[in-house]
Design a protein around this ligand. Structure first.
Ligand code: TEU
Ligand code: CA
Length: 545
């Protein structure tokens, strides 16, 4: 079968913030259908659809209460079928979000599981409290991804259930073969409906080998008992063999805290587990302890991380944004004076890496982080948890707000800015989450007919890449980096491209030793220059052939 996922650009839709069609302030499936031409026009050939399943919405749909039905907020199954059909007409494939580490606590399985005698008890991970000097204590010392403890007490049976994420997201028990059979049925259901694959949520932590205490750690204590376990690999191979391999589809795994050696096992084509994965290391080069404490950005570090991953895997997913991360212009670029050049420079970066690029809604128009003034405007469950935790640690409120502002997942979740009209053209009603007030300046409609816009630059870069095997599959060769400058090449047989990127607001005089690589013709520049001299302008990125 042809590996079409290596030839296409993917576009991620976070439905609730994409396009509302009925004025309830929440994006929906008819809204997506109405914007398929825009996605096609951009040049994308795959859509990754974040969850649209029935959900009580404790984590915006990543807590699913019925995997085979559509939440009424997003529309009906009929709408979803129409979306598959309309996308197919435009030669766009859709992959669904597969969230199977946990379900919602409102899922029927979990409701039944609360009864210790139910055959569903063993679908989840229940444990009795431990005793310490006559007092009940938690079954183990693990800490979760949302920075809370991972055990929730259920009076009904005097036991706790495990949840690595929110307490409304109980973890499934993958030691139970019945659970795996249920998942296979869910996969078949969506593949038969027309899905072209899955983005698999936190797919490298689903199998808990043991529930012993974890080694002391500042974050996610207990990880060594469930990250990338042999049992996890075996499940991925089983899903592939029994279901996925029977369809023309692919999977991309979201793999948390993964390192390259683990990724190699997960993506090695001969092992038949995942087709590609999302790692996080490149987005963490300017952060200590994962998301929280900022650290100075250095292009040297970014090039080092990219080189390791670009050379380490045969094929992989490439991305700079998703619904959990900061907007890339706000993160690695410049929101101010050089907004446009930096957004385009980052487009050059993403679209000249090897692998399947994933572009997140709004990235193609250079949307920025939210401009909220207080925590009251934030919705993200994780941000509120962090705030609570920091408050307990007596961290003053201005510092808490500073960190949450920089790291909140809502940064990427503000509604898409379609035009300069009411609610940015996202909705006729009050949007579920505040719109960035820069929407009159940054929006799709104004960029559509502007040949120099970020949007048209993305289109140009995508078109350029589309017929170019060197940019898609060529070797990645690092050339040079310092704090603000980075150069690399892509090479396939006789084709060579050199990419030079300036991550600063200063004009840079290029070091002598890199000039030899820049002798060719500038194919495209983020500042619009047709010819190069010995400098890079502020936030300039160039592609040279
Ligand atoms: O994310 C996994 C995950 O670990 C993130 O929430 C992570 O903590 C964050 O990105 C900080 O880097 C996935 C989904 O993408 C996320 O939206 C869900 O909340 C989470 O799983 C639970 O399903
Ligand atoms: Ca709606």
């Amino acid at each position: 079968m042809k590996e079409w996922w290596k030839e296409r650009i993917a576009y991620q839709i976070y439905p609730r913030s994409f396009q509302d069609s009925n004025g309830d302030g929440i994006g929906d499936i008819p809204g997506i259908i109405s914007r398929l031409d825009e996605i096609k026009n951009l040049g994308a050939g795959i859509i990754w659809l974040s969850p649209v399943y029935k959900s009580p919405d404790a984590d915006n749909g990543y807590d699913i209460s019925d995997y085979c039905s559509i939440d009424p907020r997003y529309g009906t199954m009929h709408d979803m079928e129409k979306l598959f059909a309309e996308a197919a007409k435009r030669d766009i494939k859709i992959i669904m979000d597969l969230v199977i580490n946990h379900t919602s606590d409102e899922h029927e399985w979990f409701q039944k599981s609360r009864d210790p005698k139910s055959p569903y008890r063993d679908y989840y991970i229940w444990r009795s409290p431990r005793q310490n000097k006559g007092k009940k204590i938690l079954p183990n010392n693990w800490t979760g991804f949302f920075l809370e403890n991972v055990w929730e007490y259920d009076e009904k049976s005097d036991e706790y259930y495990l949840h690595l994420f929110d307490k409304k997201q109980p973890d499934l028990n993958y030691k139970n073969p019945k659970v795996i059979e249920e998942i296979k049925n869910i996969l078949r259901f969506w593949l038969d409906k027309g899905a072209a694959g899955f983005r698999c949520d936190v797919i490298n932590v689903i199998y808990k080998t043991s529930l012993e205490d974890g080694k002391k750690s500042v974050a996610v204590q207990g990880l060594e008992h469930y990250k990338c376990q042999e049992g996890n690999h075996a499940i991925l191979r089983e899903l592939r063999k029994d279901v996925l391999d029977k369809y023309d589809c692919f999977t991309v795994g979201e793999t948390v805290m993964v390192d390259l050696d683990e990724a190699k096992l997960l993506c090695d084509e001969s092992r038949k587990e995942l087709n590609m994965l999302f790692y996080f290391e490149h987005l963490e080069v300017d952060r200590r302890v994962a998301m929280f404490v900022p650290k100075k950005f250095k292009a040297t570090k970014l090039l080092e991380v990219l080189t390791k991953w670009q050379q380490g895997l045969e094929w992989n997913a490439v991305y700079l944004e998703n619904h959990d991360q900061s907007r890339i212009v706000s993160h690695f670029g410049d929101e101010g004076k050089h907004w446009q050049a930096s957004a385009k420079m980052l487009a050059i970066l993403e679209l000249t890496l090897r692998g399947t690029p994933f572009i997140y809604q709004g990235q193609e128009i250079g949307m920025t982080n939210f401009d909220y003034k207080s925590l009251a405007q934030v919705n993200d469950v994780m941000s509120h948890n962090i705030n609570r935790l920091m408050k307990k640690m007596l961290i003053p409120s201005f510092l808490r707000w500073k960190w949450i502002k920089a790291s909140s997942r809502d940064n990427a979740r503000t509604p898409v800015q379609w035009d300069s009209g009411e609610n940015a053209g996202f909705s006729r009603g009050k949007p579920w989450l505040g719109i960035n007030s820069n929407y009159t300046r940054i929006n799709y409609a104004s960029q559509k007919n502007d040949p120099f816009s970020v949007l048209n630059f993305y289109k140009e870069m995508i078109a350029l890449r589309q017929n170019n095997d060197c940019l898609k599959k060529g070797e990645f060769i690092p050339l040079y980096a310092d704090n603000r400058l980075m150069l690399y090449q892509r090479k396939l047989e006789n084709d060579v491209y050199t990419i030079a990127l300036n991550f600063s607001s200063s004009k840079i005089k290029l070091p002598k030793k890199v000039l030899v690589h820049l002798a060719g013709k500038a194919v495209i520049s983020s500042t619009g220059r047709a010819a190069l001299d010995r400098t890079l302008l502020p936030w300039e990125g160039v592609l040279i052939s």
